[in-house]
Write a protein that binds this ligand. Sequence first.
Ligand SMILES: *Cc1c(COP(=O)(O)O)cnc(C)c1O
Length: 430
Amino acid sequence: MQPNLLSEKFFEKAKTLIPGGVNSPVRACKSVGTDPIFVESGSGSWIWDVDGNTYLDFVCSWGPLILGHCHPEVMAAIRKETERGTSFGIPTWNEVRIAEMIVDAVPSIEKVRLVNSGTEATMSAVRLARGFTNRKKIVKFNGCYHGHADSFLVKAGSGVATLGIPGSPGVPEEIVQNTIAIPFNDKDLLSQVLDKEGDDVACIIVEPVPANMGVVLPDDDFLPFLRKITQDRGIILIFDEVITGFRLGRGGAQEYFDVLPDLTCLGKIIGGGLPVGAYGGRTDIMNYIAPDGPVYQAGTLSGNPIATAAGIKTLEILSRPGIYKKLEEKMDYLVEELKVLAKKYGVKCTIQNIGSMMTCFFGIEKKVRNFDDASSSDTKLYAEYFRKMLKNGVYLAPSQFEAAFVSLAHSLDDLEIALEATDLTFKDLK
Ligand SMILES: *Cc1c(COP(=O)(O)O)cnc(C)c1O
């Protein structure tokens, strides 16, 4: 391992020009007590930093790269599309093709609108839900992250949780007054809240499998309960599948658990590593968006031909047989062996996984069902684990409250390498 001299130099310079030196807060690696590496390139399951170090990557750009870095077919599709132009602001056939792929794959989506990020997708879906129902309030769950739009910055997950920010200055109280945040998996409290305020609630937005407080599974009856209670009360149910979409299967969590929401938000994987988001759902609701309906939402670069080319190729590859089974088998194996190592070295932790994503919560030996449980994990120990794994050549999310992903590019040999690094790390964890 080379010293990270160039990364350090770049970060010093970056801090003079970019707030915190980064364009998204968690990248600064503050919670794990280190400075970021600067990356130069990636290939398959590996990344290289500017100092010439190699790391096995379990972040995969925070989820989008389910095929790994620089998948040859995706790269070829991007190259080919680039030669035709970069952006027109005029309809292109790619937009129709990817829309058809999304509608075919995701059970509840009948019509879909493309945007440029997950944040835009959730923000627009909530505006649509409010416009359609003519109600103001929204319900979200503590520790779920839905991007950084004003309404969602109440007990949010991901970087907000990592940095311990309760809400955010700059978000007027009048706005968050309309956001009701309650614990995930808490049916009783949700019933009580809706008994009182249900008539004012436009939507419930939820990560059907939260992955932004670490991976947390819904109780067996939780998602069906959400479906029923929203249906009974004319509330729109929004699944934020920005992470789970095309990850737990082509149909996302809604297919996996067989619970269909009214609206779905997508992002990450559907852009194949380029900036794309989408929201879609019931035709009657989607027709309420401009230009057919009164709810406004627009985007200069939305449906960008290059981004959609990367997305189309990615979704096409994901539709080939056996892919999701392979991904899940890899993660199951990794988790099983991690549990063995934790036991061997007496490392207190709970590992939760589904499909190709998992989180190892340090310092906890019970099921993590909500954000309070997740928050009780030993983040100092996670920080030490992160730094030692990095030294041992494995790149993990620089926060306890995120998921680790395996991609199609992670080979069995890669998993063995990761397990050896974990063995070394656990051996000398305090
Ligand atoms: C990443 C994420 C978002 C935000 O997407 P961006 O592209 O970062 O704006 C929203 N919801 C969930 C569940 C996410 O994981």
